[in-house]
Write a protein that binds this ligand. Structure first.
Ligand code: 4AD
Ligand code: MG
Length: 464
C-alpha cells in the first residue's frame, strides 16, 4: 500500500469528504451482508472508531472473511460523508491488506461487556477495549499535566533511587532487594544474615517513597518534585492499594503547612481541569458507560474550595455522627477510608484537608506541634477514594528530629545523610505525596485501582 501517508483515525474523523486516505488499526466489529460490509476500525488515537465501508463485490471473499474482530488491517480508500449516525465521515474502501488475523474461536475479546475481573485476567489484551483505551489515554494526559504543572512553576524533576537502604515511612512494608542465594544465605557470628556479603554490602529494599532524597534536593534546588514508582509490601487487598504504584512528591523549601495545603489544592484542581479540557471524549465515554456523575463530580471539585480542619475536629464530627462504622473512632485512631469518606461525602460534601494528626500514627519526619501530641501532617481526602494525598511540614530542628527517631527506636546511623540537612543550613520546608493511581481512580471514575494501571501488582498477582 503505497502512495499516501497513513493518518491516525483521530485525524481522519475530522477529515474532508473526497480525500484519499490510508488508515491502519484493529477491527472492533464487522457486520453487513453479501453486498456490503461495515468494519469499525480503531487505532488507539481516539475512543471513536472509523467506519470502513466495503463493496463486497470488489474484494475476494476469503479476504473479507479474515477481517474479524481483533484482526489488524490497513485500509486504503476515500473519505465520504457518512449517512450513519455518530460520525461525520467514513472510508469507502478500495484496498484492504491484512497484517494479522485473530481467530474468532480463540480471540478472547469477541463481545462487548466483559466484566472487569475477566479483563484483569487478560491484562495483556485489555488495552484494546474502549474502556482501557480511555483509561490509559487519560493516564498519559495526567502524567504529562503533572510535569507541565511543575515545570511551569519552576520546580525541578529530581530522580530519586528505587533501591534504598532506608524505610521512609517506617511502616516496615518493604520488598527486599538481594542477590544472596536464598537457599544458602550467609550468616554472621550472631546467626543473622550477613548482608555485608550482599550486592550493596548492606540490606536494601525497593523504596516506599522518594521523599527523603527529595528533601535533599529541596534543600539545594529550592523546589523539586519526584514522580516514579514506589513499592509497598503491605498485604492489603483493597480496591485502593497496589504493591507497585506511582507517586508524585513535591518538596519545597521555605514552605509551611498552609502553603503546602495551598499547593496541594491548586495542583489537584489543575489536574482535574486539565482532564476536563483535554480528555473530554474519553471522559464522556466513561461517564456514559460506568458513572453518570463522573463529569459533574470532576467539575464540582475543580470549582470548590476544599474544607480544612484538624484531625481532632474531624474525630469529633465522626464521634457525634451517630453513624455505625466498622472500625471504632476515637482520638488517636488511624482513620479508615469509611471515616474519611463519611467526612467528605456525607458531612461536608466536598474534599477535605485534615491536619495536625496524633504523632503516633504518623511518620518520624513530621514537624512536631507545641502541644507535644500532634504533628503538622495534612491528608487530602476525596469523594469515593478517601486519602489521595499525604504530606506534612517537616521537622527541621535537629534535636527534635533526633529525639523523635530515638523515641521510635529507629536506627539513626543509616540516616546520617538525611540528618545532615538539619545539621547544615536547615530550613523550614514541606511536601506531600499524591498517589497517581488514586488520582486516576478519581478522574476516570473506575472503581478498582487495578483498572487504572496497565499491569497491576497486588498480593499473589504479578503475571503480566
Ligand atoms: O501517605 P503516604 O504514605 O505518604 C508518603 O509516602 C510521604 N512520604 C509523601 C510525602 O510527604 N512526600 O503516601 C502518599 C500517597 C497516599 O496519600 C496515597 O494516595 C498513595 O500515596 N498510596 C498508595 N496508592 C496506592 N497503593 C498503595 N499501597 C498506596 N499507599 C499510599
Ligand atoms: Mg498517608
Amino acid at each position: 500500500m503505497s502512495g499516501i501517508k497513513r493518518k491516525k483515525i483521530s485525524e481522519l474523523l475530522d477529515g474532508q469528504p473526497g480525500e484519499d486516505v490510508l488508515a491502519k488499526g484493529w477491527v472492533r466489529t464487522k457486520r453487513g451482508n453479501k453486498n456490503v460490509v461495515f468494519i469499525a476500525l480503531n487505532d488507539g488515537s481516539t475512543v471513536n472508531n472509523i467506519q470502513v465501508v466495503c463493496d463486497a463485490g470488489n474484494f475476494p471473499e476469503e479476504l473479507l472473511k479474515s477481517v474479524t474482530t481483533g484482526a489488524c488491517i490497513a485500509v486504503k480508500g476515500r473519505l465520504a460523508e457518512s449517512v450513519g449516525k455518530g460520525q461525520k465521515v467514513e472510508i469507502q474502501a478500495s484496498e484492504i491488506e491484512i497484517y494479522g488475523t485473530a481467530d474468532p474461536e480463540k480471540y478472547p475479546l469477541q463481545k462487548k461487556g466483559h466484566s472487569m475481573e475477566f479483563l484483569r485476567e487478560i491484562a495483556h489484551l485489555r488495552p484494546r477495549t474502549n474502556t482501557f483505551g480511555c483509561v490509559f489515554r487519560i493516564r498519559h494526559a495526567m502524567a504529562y499535566a503533572i510535569h507541565k504543572y511543575f515545570n511551569d512553576r519552576g520546580f525541578y524533576y529530581l530522580h530519586t533511587p528505587l533501591i534504598t537502604a532506608s524505610d521512609c515511612e517506617g511502616a516496615g512494608a518493604m520488598f527486599q532487594v538481594t542477590t544472596l542465594d536464598l537457599n544458602d544465605v550467609p550468616k554472621g557470628p550472631d546467626g543473622k544474615t550477613d548482608f555485608s556479603q550482599d550486592f550493596f554490602g548492606r540490606q536494601t529494599s525497593l523504596t516506599v517513597s522518594g521523599q527523603l532524597e527529595g528533601e535533599l534536593g529541596a534543600m539545594a534546588l529550592g523546589q523539586i518534585y519526584t514522580f516514579g514508582p514506589t513499592f509497598r509490601a503491605e498485604n492489603s487487598n483493597t480496591p485502593r492499594h497496589l504493591a507497585e504504584f506511582w507517586m508524585v512528591e513535591p518538596e519545597v523549601a521555605f514552605c509551611d503547612i498552609v502553603e503546602n495545603m495551598d499547593l496541594a489544592e491548586d495542583f489537584i484542581k489543575y489536574l482535574v481541569r486539565y482532564a476536563l479540557e483535554h480528555c473530554m471524549d474519553d471522559l464522556q465515554f466513561l461517564n456514559n458507560m460506568f458513572d453518570k456523575e463522573l463529569i459533574s463530580r470532576l467539575e464540582g471539585v475543580a470549582d470548590t474550595e476544599f474544607v480544612r480542619l484538624s484531625y481532632t475536629e474531624g474525630v469529633d464530627i465522626l464521634s457525634k455522627s451517630g453513624q455505625k462504622f466498622e472500625y471504632p473512632v476515637y482520638w488517636g485512631a488511624d482513620l479508615q477510608s469509611e471515616h474519611e469518606r463519611y467526612l467528605v461525602e456525607k458531612h461536608f460534601g466536598r474534599p477535605v484537608i485534615l491536619t495536625d494528626y496524633p504523632k503516633d500514627i504518623k511518620a518520624f519526619y513530621m514537624k512536631q506541634n507545641e502541644d507535644g501530641k500532634t504533628v503538622r501532617a495534612m491528608d487530602v481526602l476525596f469523594p469515593k477514594i478517601g486519602e489521595i494525598i499525604g504530606g506534612s511540614q517537616r521537622e527541621e530542628n535537629l534535636d527534635k528530629l533526633q529525639a523523635r527517631i530515638a523515641e521510635l527506636g529507629m536506627d539513626t546511623k543509616g540516616l546520617w545523610w538525611y540528618l545532615d540537612t538539619r545539621r547544615f543550613g536547615t530550613a523550614p520546608h514541606s511536601g506531600f505525596g499524591l498517589g497517581f493511581e488514586r488520582l486516576l481512580l478519581f478522574v476516570t471514575g473506575m472503581a478498582n485501582i487495578r483498572d487504572v494501571i496497565p499491569f497491576p501488582r497486588t498480593p499473589k498477582s504479578a503475571e503480566f
